[in-house]
Design a protein around this ligand. Sequence first.
Ligand code: 5GP
Ligand code: MN
Length: 327
Amino acid sequence: MKAMINNIDNIIKHINESNDFIVTSHISPDGDNVGSTLAMYYCLKKLNKNVYYVLDDNTPLNLKFLVKGVEILRSNELKINDYSLISLDCGDKSRICVSDEIINNSNKLICIDHHASNNYYGDLNYIDSEASSTCELVYNLLVRFYQVSNLNLIDEKVATALYTGLVTDTGNFSYSSTHPSSFEMAKELLILGAKRDTIIQNVFQSNPFNFYKLLGDALNTLDIVESKIASIMLTKEMLKKYSISFNDVDAITSYTRDIQGVEVGILLKEKKENEVKVSLRSKNYVDVSEIAKTFNGGGHVRAAGCTIYDSIENAKKLVLQEVLKTI
Ligand code: 5GP
Ligand code: MN
C-alpha cells in the first residue's frame, strides 16, 4: 500500500527533470477533465517538453471550442515508449481513458485529482478532495511552479482552460465545493486573460435545438419517489431519434436535482443494451458517492456516477433501492 501523501514539489521536480509526457483524464469527458488536461498540456509545451494529449473518448460539443486546433490522440495512434503519464481529474485508476498498455508502460504515473475516493494510485500524487476542481489543483501547482522557478506559465489559453473546469465543477460557483480560494483563483485567471464570455456562451448557452426536443421527451420520463428522489431515463433510441450523442446530455442531470423538495436526482443513460450510465446528484445531506460505490462507481459527495450492466428499467429499480436507504 502506497503512502497517501501529496508530492507537489516532487511533481514539479519531475516535470523539470523529464522530457516526454502523456496527459490524460477519465472516460466521459466534462469541463474539469478537459480544462485540467488541456492546461497541463499547454504548460508542458511552453516548457518545451514533448507532450501528447491522449483520450479514448469524444469531447462533448460544448467543450469543443476549448480544444480547437489541439491534437487529441487515441491510444492506438501513439508511438512513444519512454514517457511519464499524467492523469488528471480521474479518481480511479480503472477509469483512466487510455489503453492499459499506456498505463503499464509509463515510467512514472502522476495523479492530480480531487475525488475523495482516490486511493493515491500514482507514483506521485497531488490529491485534495476539498478542492473545487482538478483545475484548482493545477492552478495551485502552477502558482507553486512560479514561486520556485519565477516562471509564469498561465497565459490566456491556460487561464481559459482552467476557468472552464472551475465553472463547470462548481456549477457556476454555486455548489458547496466552491470555496473562497475558488473565487480568488477566478479573479486571478480573469486578470490573466481567461475568456469568460466565450466559456459561458459555449458551455451553457450553445445547446442545439434538438437537445431541447430530447429534453422534452426526457422530462416525460421524470418520476418522483417519496417527493425526495427524482429520476429521468434516456434510452439509446431517444438519443438516436434526435441525433444527440451520449456525451452531450450532461446538462439534463440537474433537472432531476433542481426540483423543489428533491434531495437526490438520478439520470439513467442507456449506452448500449444492458449497459446504463447512472449520474447521481444530491442537494443537502445524501452522500451520493457512497451510493455509487455500491455499484463499483464513485465521485463526490454531491455528484457521483456508476455503470450498471442491466436493462435501464432494472438499473432504475436497483438505484432507487439504494437511494431509498439514505432518505
Ligand atoms: P457524472 O455523473 O457527471 O458522470 O459524474 C459525476 C462525478 O462522478 C464526476 O466527478 C465523475 O468523475 C464521477 N464518476 C462518474 N461515474 C463514475 C464511475 O463509474 N466511477 C467513478 N469512480 N467515478 C465516477
Ligand atoms: Mn472534477
